[in-house]
Design a protein around this ligand. Structure first.
Ligand SMILES: C[S@@+](CC[C@H](N)C(=O)[O-])C[C@H]1O[C@@H](n2cnc3c(N)ncnc32)[C@H](O)[C@@H]1O
Ligand code: SF4
Length: 449
């Protein structure tokens, strides 16, 4: 049985492990030749495949909780300018990595910011140009993050026309007072109508993003949000823990500490949502997702093929993830690569026909091994030790978590118990050699609960 004090004890700043090593510990940026060689090698294997992420950074207004890479503007003249830059970046890669034209693209994802900042015409131009160059996998999936306040049926139609089958809607919370505090008034009808439109147009899967831990959320108000969500029955739900990082996102300083639920109070919101969602038939996936039982994420969990990358949990594991656009992150089996985060630097590089490299990391053998282990634990709650020395070290390092019944250590494996699920990220730290060798000197990570 979990006590409140356990939530307080383990509510520590820890990474979310969408990559390993985590971004603050990247140290060896690949040269251009190395990065291109890594992509070409990864895609030279039989049966290799890839995914693409396109980042659209623009949003018309700022939600005060937001931790994403955004540019707040109402200037829609930027649309053509940015689509041209993305297409130029794509041309650079197309020429340097010929396999992008021949190896199957399994997944295409548009994220942001707000991808529906782009009009139906801009979306069509961007996507039809790229898709004309590539070969789609037979189970190809294309998804987009949309802000329901700024998405029209025409945009959804344009997306459907180029083969999009998944829509992810930012909802966060249905309560008006919470919405006022996060500067995001989004009446229930807007979300409902867009959900109806997406279903009518034949989108296969609808996801809602919700956040727990926002200012003024109570068990009563958040319970209502969950009930409304269940009524609308999205296929998937991402139930994110509010990541409070005011040292990176100054707008978050507008929240008063006393208004923000923390530790056991915050986790109570997740547990309430979990109880109601699972009672309504949803399956809990990883540390913050839920899906209907016949949804691909649930099937991937059951078949132990769940994967995790920069976009979060996914049922698609590919050899390469190519990220285009400001701040986008790409990954190969041997390295990570991030684009320039500052608009002017990104633009200058693309205009000069250069890859817009900001930073990256070439993985060494230890990184590759630990990356696999953290991935396994994050997706399956269980992982094998590489040898008995690692098991002994885990017994020592995780002794408190074992004593508190949050993890179990057998002869060969480390397993996170049901009670330990809220502390999955804490258990992963055991495999994080970079973090264990050197604690960050300043605040970097949000807290685990
Ligand atoms: C790019 S936004 C989604 C699309 C669109 N911009 C919108 O807001 O509807 C991605 C998601 O990240 C989540 N998110 C953003 N900042 C967060 C934070 N500080 N903590 C937890 N989740 C966050 C939100 O749930 C948000 O819907
Ligand atoms: S939550 Fe979405 S709309 Fe709001 S600022 Fe962040 S990216 Fe933009």
């Amino acid at each position: 049985m979990l006590t409140d004090s356990l939530f307080k004890k383990y509510d520590l700043p820890v990474p979310r492990y969408t990559s390993y090593p985590t971004v603050p510990y990247w140290s060896i940026t690949p040269s251009k030749d190395q990065w291109i060689e890594h992509l070409n090698t990864a895609l030279s294997k039989d049966q290799s495949s890839w995914s693409m992420y396109l980042h659209i950074p623009y949003c018309e207004s700022l939600c005060t909780f937001c931790g994403c890479n955004t540019i707040i503007t109402k200037n829609h003249q930027l649309e053509d300018f940015y689509v041209d830059l993305l297409l130029k970046e794509w041309s650079l890669y197309k020429n340097l990595v010929p396999a992008f034209a021949t190896k199957p693209l399994k997944q295409l994802h548009l994220g942001g910011g707000t991808p529906t900042f782009l009009s139906a015409e801009s979306l069509s131009r961007l996507l039809s140009t790229i898709l004309a160059d590539i070969k789609k996998d037979q189970n190809f999936e294309a998804s987009i993050e949309v802000d329901p306040r700024r998405t029209s049926k025409d945009q959804l139609k344009a997306l459907k026309q180029v083969g999009f089958n998944r829509v992810s809607m930012g909802v966060q919370d249905f309560n008006h007072e919470v919405q006022r505090l996060i500067n995001r008034i989004q009446p229930y009808e807007i979300t409902k109508n867009l959900t109806d439109d997406a279903r009518e147009l034949g989108f296969d899967s609808i996801n809602y993003d919700l956040i727990y831990g926002l200012a003024q959320q109570t068990l009563k108000s958040f319970g209502d949000t969950i009930d409304k969500t269940i009524e609308l029955r999205p296929d998937r739900i991402a139930l994110y823990s509010f990541a409070l990082v005011p040292w990176i996102k100054p707008a978050q300083r507008l929240f008063k500490d006393e208004d923000l639920p923390v530790a056991d109070e915050k986790r109570g919101l997740y547990e309430l949502a979990r109880t109601r969602l699972t009672a309504a038939g949803y399956v809990e996936i990883g540390m913050d997702h839920f899906a209907l039982p016949d949804e691909n994420l649930s099937l991937a969990l059951k078949n132990k093929t769940l994967h995790r990358n920069f976009m979060g949990y996914t049922d698609h594991k590919t050899d390469v993830l190519l990220g285009l656009g400001i701040s986008s992150i790409s990954e190969s089996p041997y390295s990570f690569h991030q684009n320039e985060k500052v608009s002017a630097l990104y633009e200058a590089a693309i205009q000069a026909d250069q890859l817009p490299t900001h930073r990256g990391h070439v993985l060494n053998l230890e990184d590759i091994e630990r990356r696999q282990q953290i991935l396994k634990l994050m997706t399956n709650y269980e992982v094998s030790f590489i040898n008995s020395d690692q098991r002994k070290s885990a017994q020592h390092y995780l002794a408190e978590m074992v004593k508190d019944n949050l993890v179990e250590i057998t002869e060969t494996t480390l397993k996170v118990t049901q009670a330990g699920k809220p502390f999955l990220r804490n258990a992963c730290v055991f495999f994080d050699e970079h973090l264990k060798r050197k604690q960050p000197e300043s605040k970097i990570f949000s807290k685990s609960i």
